[in-house]
Design a protein around this ligand. Structure first.
Ligand code: HEC
Length: 410
């Protein structure tokens, strides 16, 4: 919810003429997405931040084609722009992995409604070949292009995007923000790579889309679930790690890194502590486990996330507990599907014909995500096999209780 407020607040403020437009937007402007932002008598945001604002410099994509930045890449499009360099040991892999997740959530919209541009800030090193290999490593598909070009041109684009800190000219200082916007309507906003991928996909694929089709069933704010008390470890994991890792079945999105189910059992605590502190150094020193994983995981290196000792121990606590919770959830899910494979007795056969299959698929939707109650509610609604329903509910209830107990203990 708060992101919606942030959206209104951040719309356009990143651009130099932003203050002017924001004042208009706040006073009587429509909700984000309802129609074009009109900043002065008859002038649209798209015209203000149009060909006169954006440089029309030439960039080369990892497909080895040349593009004019404004004409070919921005004009009339909904875009996400971020700046990376392929030898970056920390921030860029996280950013790129997050975009890969968001692209997967956006699915068919990629390359049709939405375009991702990852522009190299080290264009001398990042040739077309290097970028093509990087794109492949992160499984970049339709609608997502990596660009190289002239260093000065790229600096200008960064400046115009509001993503260049004039103080910090060092590559290493580059921000973890990305710019998302709809050129036609002139709505632009900064988003963080730490944001939840589903939230980002909603902002990019939905809010920015001029509401071509008005959305139905908008939920009231009052119905929003109460926020859970999140431990520091969980919050760190969600923002820094979940783009590349899950425990157990997870949410079905592809991740760049290994599944962390049981990792605190399979590795020594000391090894894990050092790994979280300096994975890049361990890889450089050719730690055998690190090398083996690096080869197995498409040569995507685990980034050094500059964690403190305290953060590392909070993360390890969270990972130990989460492994346990995920293992139980996976076991319950397989138990459930095993029971559902059994033929339904004649007493229930008729009823089952009209009940939707969807509820029986453990892999569909909320039953798999981190809210155990969602799965339990779905199972209660099931009209078939009451015994199974009861077992599932008990199983889910147990997981819920365990989660609460573990949280309390923290
Ligand atoms: C950009 C993706 C990415 C991010 C972000 C990331 N990791 Fe990783 N992680 C990997 C990859 C890839 C590997 C496999 C080793 C390699 O290729 O370097 C890995 C390996 C690991 C391992 C070892 C797994 C095993 O089986 O031994 C642990 C533990 C781990 N990561 C924890 C974390 C934690 C905790 C965070 C957040 C603080 C995190 N990772 C953030 C990509 C990532």
């Amino acid at each position: 919810m708060s992101t919606k407020v942030t959206t209104i607040a951040t719309i356009l403020t990143i651009c130099s003429a932003g203050a002017y437009a924001t004042a208009q937007g706040h006073d009587k402007g429509p909700l984000p997405g309802t129609h074009e932002v009109v900043v002065a008598s008859g002038v649209t945001g798209g015209e203000v931040w149009g060909a006169n604002y954006w440089p029309n410099v030439t960039l080369t994509g990892h497909d080895n084609k040349k593009y004019q930045f404004f004409d070919d890449l921005l004009k009339d499009k909904v875009v996400v722009i971020d700046f990376i360099y392929t030898t970056c040991p920390d921030a860029c892999p996280l950013e790129t992995a997050k975009l890969a997740e968001v692209a997967e959530v956006l699915g068919e919209q990629m390359g049709d409604d939405v375009f991702f541009y990852s522009i190299s800030i080290d264009p001398k090193t990042d040739s077309v070949e290097v970028l093509a290999e990087y794109a492949k490593r992160y499984r970049a598909g339709k609608g997502w292009t990596f660009f190289t070009g002239d260093e000065e041109d790229i600096k200008l684009i960064r400046l115009k995007c509001g993503l260049m800190d004039l103080g910090g000219q060092q590559r290493e200082d580059h921000s973890l923000d990305m710019l998302v916007g709809n050129q036609k309507t002139g709505r632009w906003m900064k988003q963080s790579a730490f944001e939840n991928p589903y939230m980002l996909a909603t902002i990019i694929g939905d809010w920015l889309h001029n509401y071509k089709q008005p959305r139905k069933n908008l939920l009231s704010y009052e119905k929003a679930p109460a926020l859970q008390n999140m431990t520091k470890g969980e919050s760190l994991f969600r923002t820094r790690c979940s783009a590349c890792h899950v425990f157990g079945q997870g949410d079905g999105l592809t991740r760049q890194g290994p599944n962390l189910l049981g990792v605190t059992d399979r590795r020594e605590r000391k090894w894990l502590e050092r790994w979280l502190l300096e994975p890049d150094v361990m890889l450089a020193e050719k730690d055998p486990v690190a090398i083996e994983m690096f080869e197995a995981f498409n040569k995507v290196a685990m980034p050094n996330l500059r964690l403190s000792q305290l953060e590392i121990s909070q993360l390890l606590d969270y990972m130990t507990k989460q492994s346990l919770v995920a293992e139980l959830a996976d076991r319950t899910a397989s138990l459930t599907s095993a029971m559902q494979l059994k033929p339904i007795g004649s007493c229930c056969a008729k009823k089952s014909a009209d009940s939707s299959n969807k509820q029986h698929e453990p892999s569909s939707g909320s039953a798999k995500n981190s809210d155990p109650n969602a799965g339990a509610t779905a199972s209660i609604k099931s009209k078939t096999a009451m015994g199974t329903t009861a077992m599932v509910s008990i199983g889910m209830g147990l997981i819920g209780l365990l989660t609460v107990a573990l949280r309390r203990r923290n």
